[in-house]
Write a protein that binds this ligand. Structure first.
Ligand code: LLP
Length: 435
């Protein structure tokens, strides 16, 4: 089982053996704190449980969930590949020491410059999203007299029960080409016949924060059936299938514990049986976890400021961050938990709303939480907030982006420095009245 390395020592939370008080003092708040041991165990769990004797398995980390030189360097030691959707994500991976051949380039609107960059740097795989993109890439490859391996992103029309904004598999989705669209076959034919592109197989991604394996099972079945059908129709052998990411991750204390290791073992054996049943000769099966790799091990640490009650009688405790470091609550109605990390032994509790300090009425981190009576300068911690928080952070209201620190066995490792005021104006130019 994958568990957080949280300990209560004399009423003060210690993560990875380091007290949150010392972290807050050393790095200031808000602060993203990652439990490095748990992250390593999670990476190991992917490597050890999603493997097969029938084919090679590939874990492709979706860097959009959380990317910086430190975490990419750490995950690179597990032999993963890396999913990137922009020039920026590819560049940061390369700077982190990731080999270009281990980069998979995704995205629904890759630009001419981004595709050229990917081709020039020999990224391992480009995932074609549309006919239009196919033509653009073909033009670039013809000009450069180069060839690339590609997958085609298929929208398998497998609906999930996740938040509308993070569903990607329905007839109106902007991602990939729909499995039921007549034009999809024409594109596959073009790809098969194209000398510049080596079509290895298909890719699908049904959505994010999907907790029930049955959705992934349905996806695997649809995609394996489809691969078989197309293979026969075009007398062409596919070698690869990537089933995307989307595995759910615990977000609050009321969420059920998700047994990631078991889910991965069950999933691979379902895939093995399906590949067998359909008599496919696939050599490579990939998945692309983002959230499930980093979500659980990351927490956000805040300092308590004002406390007030609305006229309607709701007590609110305000912290020194908010939607600028975690926009997921206002955007997807995400439900996190919180506790006062320096009052772990305090039994007297009351319900509070946790609000941020930004100028937005929707700037709340938690609608209601039972907390040890908070006072100014207490430390409030939101666990399980390691995915898509730092990644989607902003400088709204000119708040600086917090630092990111990893902790393990009593040691702390700074991964990203806290921004300072100079960062807020580094690209600004002064107005000059006399021009
Ligand atoms: N592969 C593809 C092609 C994707 O589009 C995504 C996520 C992933 C893999 C990784 O999915 P994950 O394992 O992390 O669920 N900002 C949203 C999540 C957007 C996910 C976008 N694509 C959130 O905070 O919930």
């Amino acid at each position: 089982m994958l568990d957080l390395n949280f300990r209560n020592k004399n009423g003060v939370l210690h993560i990875g053996g380091v007290s949150v008080e010392s972290l807050a003092y050393k790095y200031k708040t808000p602060l993203y704190v990652y439990d490095q041991k748990l992250l390593k165990k999670t990476a190991e769990a992917f490597k050890e449980n999603f493997k097969s004797n029938q084919f090679n398995t590939e874990i492709v980390y979706a860097t959009k969930a959380f990317s910086n030189l430190y975490v990419l360097g750490l995950l690179n030691t597990y032999g993963f590949s890396f999913d990137c959707v922009s020039y920026g994500e590819m560049s940061v991976c390369l700077k982190a020491g990731i080999r270009a051949e281990n980069i998979h380039f995704h995205g629904n609107n890759k630009t001419y410059d981004e595709l050229s960059f990917a081709v020039d740097h020999h990224v391992g795989l480009i995932i074609i999203d549309s006919s239009d993109e196919y033509s653009l890439l073909n033009e670039i490859l013809t000009d450069k007299k180069k060839q690339v391996d590609v997958l085609l992103r298929i929208n398998p029309d497998v609906k999930t029960d996740t938040h509308q904004f993070i569903q990607t598999s329905n007839a109106d989705s902007k991602f990939g080409v729909n499995i039921r669209d007549d034009n999809t076959k024409k594109l596959i034919k073009n790809l098969i016949e194209n000398e510049n592109m080596n079509l290895l197989g298909f890719h699908a991604h049904i959505g994010s924060q999907v907790k029930d394996l049955s959705f992934f099972e349905e996806e695997a079945k649809v995609m394996i059936q489809f691969t078989k059908k197309i293979q026969e129709e075009f007398s062409y052998r596919f070698t690869s299938l990537n089933l995307g990411g989307g595995f759910g991750c615990k977000e609050n204390f009321d969420d059920d514990d998700l047994d990631l290791e078991r889910l991965l073992r069950n999933y691979i054996s379902i895939i093995e049986s399906l590949v067998d049943d359909y008599g496919l000769d696939l050599t490579d099966i990939g998945i692309e976890p983002g959230r499930s790799m980093v979500g659980m091990s990351g927490s956000t640490l805040y300092r308590v400021g004002s406390i007030k009650k609305t006229l309607q009688g709701h007590p609110i405790v305000f912290v020194d961050g908010g939607m600028s470091d975690n926009i997921r609550v206002s955007l997807y109605d995400a439900k996190y938990s919180a506790f006062i990390a320096n009052k772990m032994d305090c039994d007297k509790k009351k319900k509070y709303r946790v609000g941020g300090k930004l100028c937005e009425s929707g700037d709340f981190l938690i609608k209601e939480e039972e907390l040890a009576i908070p006072e100014r300068d207490d430390l409030l911690l939101i666990p399980f907030s390691g995915a898509y928080t730092y990644a989607m952070s902003s400088n709204y209201n000119k708040l600086v982006r917090p630092a990111v620190v990893f902790v393990e066995d009593g040691k702390d490792f700074l991964a990203v420095k806290r921004q300072d005021i100079e960062h807020l104006i580094e690209n600004d130019l002064y107005y000059k009245q006399d021009v």
